[in-house]
Write a protein that binds this ligand. Structure first.
Ligand code: NAD
Length: 469
């Protein structure tokens, strides 16, 4: 085995230390997750896959903060990595102290990985955000220093869809109001304007991960589903895509919003759209707070045009739990709270134990793929690159990974270095000035690997060179 080497960062401020080692045996295969995603098929389906590795796995140090779910910890521990898991985030000074030593850090939303913190992370290869958002990480700084960042944007889709189903029934039966009355000691048994949802039409705006899940659940409960999306998407079940938002608003008894926050979706439901909706229809927003013009909603509900609404997201949301949902946060707060048949929830659409577990699995698997195979599929800040896995039959293969600045002439220089060898497959892509190249070389000797590594490492375009073997 070659001895451990330091790979100097071009600016001299970052070093990754690893040893070239033989491929581990099949016991290092990634754990199967039970999911059936595209990546599972690409990465995990072949029995004879060769698990690459850059280090002795026990050399890989991982710091998990903020009580990352046990599912994620288990996957990383089973790989043989050294995992330290803490229940909380760390004050900046302690974080800087700890991050110097680790190859991987797993965080949730409270840990801020600023450029100041990342600058100290000399060995860091990858960040796992065990949550949806990534704005707690300086993604640009990370990319420029070859640190991949992964998150889990879709693991909670089902949780959101189920919440919306609950809200549809709750609104149709005015359950929130009845429950509030009972809490105040009032018995108010009414059936007027209370409805079954069977046979009603649900209009889904945005037929992505959540919208399509919701579609299946709603049809199972006897609803008709129409959806509007800027993309032409194949319907699930008997749902029907409509060509315009106008048509959806005119047809739907319930309108549920599942679009991302973009300039086009800002206030996409405002006075004009409430006018177009059926009298006595309902609005549900569990997407992003900016999508609904809330003063326009208040107006439409006061005019009895809209019979009920459920909001899980708001233009301004408090950073912590407490008595913060008041007029200081959003000027219309009091007016909103004073309406009948409105469900207000504190952005809990995706907050379930199952979603946390799924996030743990998804992010940990992405980390394992990146550490062991260099695959960036799902990365938010590096080009998304995958190559089919090497198999156990391919004995003398090495995978070269070269993260570099995307400047003219780099590929020529890289290929001059690789040209002397048998490149079985190679792929490269770039994003925001950073390029990621991955090449599998066969029939290679250990000394050749070292030579390739050192020559790539000396190119001025280099950000990070890794060799997986
Ligand atoms: N409430 C919560 O806790 C919670 C949890 C998860 C996600 N979300 C939010 O839910 C929303 C949907 O999430 P997702 O995972 O289904 O996203 P997704 O990317 O899978 O789907 C979004 C869909 O909206 C479509 N779309 C984009 N712009 C559109 C437009 N102008 N008009 C119509 N359709 C448009 C896209 O083509 C896509 O099909 C996002 O805003 C997300 O942030 C909320």
């Amino acid at each position: 085995m070659a001895t451990a080497r330091d790979i100097a960062h071009p600016s001299g401020d970052r070093a990754v230390s690893y040893s070239i080692d033989n491929s581990p045996v099949a016991t290092f295969h990634s754990p199967l997750s039970g999911r059936n995603s595209f990546m599972d098929n690409v990465i995990l389906s072949k029995a004879a896959q060769k698990q690459l590795k850059p280090f002795n796995t026990e050399d890989i140090k991982i710091l998990l903060l903020e009580n990352v779910n046990q599912t994620g910890k288990d996957i990383l521990t089973r790989q043989g990595y050294q995992v330290e898991a803490l229940k909380t985030s760390l004050p900046e000074a302690q974080l800087i102290e700890k991050i110097r030593d680790v190859h991987v850090i797993g965080i949730r939303s409270k840990t801020k990985l600023t450029d100041k913190v990342l600058r100290e992370a000399k060995n860091l290869l990858v960040v796992g955000c065990f949550c949806i958002g990534t704005n707690q990480v300086d993604l640009d700084y990370a990319a420029k220093h070859g640190i991949a960042v992964f998150n889990s944007p879709f693991a909670n889709s089902r949780s959101v869809a189920e919440l919306v189903i609950a809200e549809i029934i709750t609104l149709a039966r005015q359950l929130g109001d009845r429950s509030n009355e009972m809490h105040r000691g009032t018995w108010n048994k009414v059936s007027a304007k209370c409805w079954e949802i069977r046979g009603k039409t649900l209009g889904i705006v945005g037929y992505g991960h959540i919208g399509s899940q919701l579609s299946v659940l709603a049809e199972a409960m006897g609803m008709s589903v129409v959806y509007y999306d800027i993309l032409t998407l194949m319907a699930i079940g008997s749902a029907k895509q409509v060509p315009t938002l106008d048509q959806l608003l005119e047809e739907a008894d319930f309108v549920s919003l599942h679009v991302p926050e973009t300039p086009e979706t800002k206030a996409m439901i405002s006075n004009k759209q409430f006018e177009q909706m059926k009298t006595g229809s309902y609005l549900i927003n569990a997407s992003r707070g900016t999508v609904v013009d809330i003063p326009a909603l208040i107006k439409a509900m006061r005019a009895n045009k809209i019979a009920g609404a459920a909001l899980d997201v708001y233009p301004n949301e408090p950073a912590a739990n407490g008595d913060y949902f008041n007029a200081n946060l959003n000027t219309w707060g009091e007016d909103l709270r004073g309406l009948n048949n409105i469900i207000l929830t504190p952005h809990i659409g995706g907050s379930t134990e199952e979603a946390q577990r799924a996030i743990g699995v998804e992010v940990a698997e992405a980390l394992v793929r990146y550490i062991n195979q260099g695959i960036t599929f799902g990365s938010v800040n590096l080009p998304e690159i995958t190559l089919r896995s090497l198999t156990l039959d391919e004995a003398n293969h090495a995978r070269i990974i070269y993260i570099h600045r995307n400047v003219p002439g780099v590929l020529r220089k890289v290929n001059e270095i690789l040209a002397e060898h048998n490149v079985d497959k190679q792929i490269t892509d770039s994003k925001g000035g950073i390029a990621y190249l991955m090449a599998d070389i066969s029939g290679i000797k250990t000394e050749d690997i070292k030579d390739i590594h050192d020559r790539l490492d000396s190119l001025t375009s280099r950000i990070l060179t890794r060799v997986l073997y």
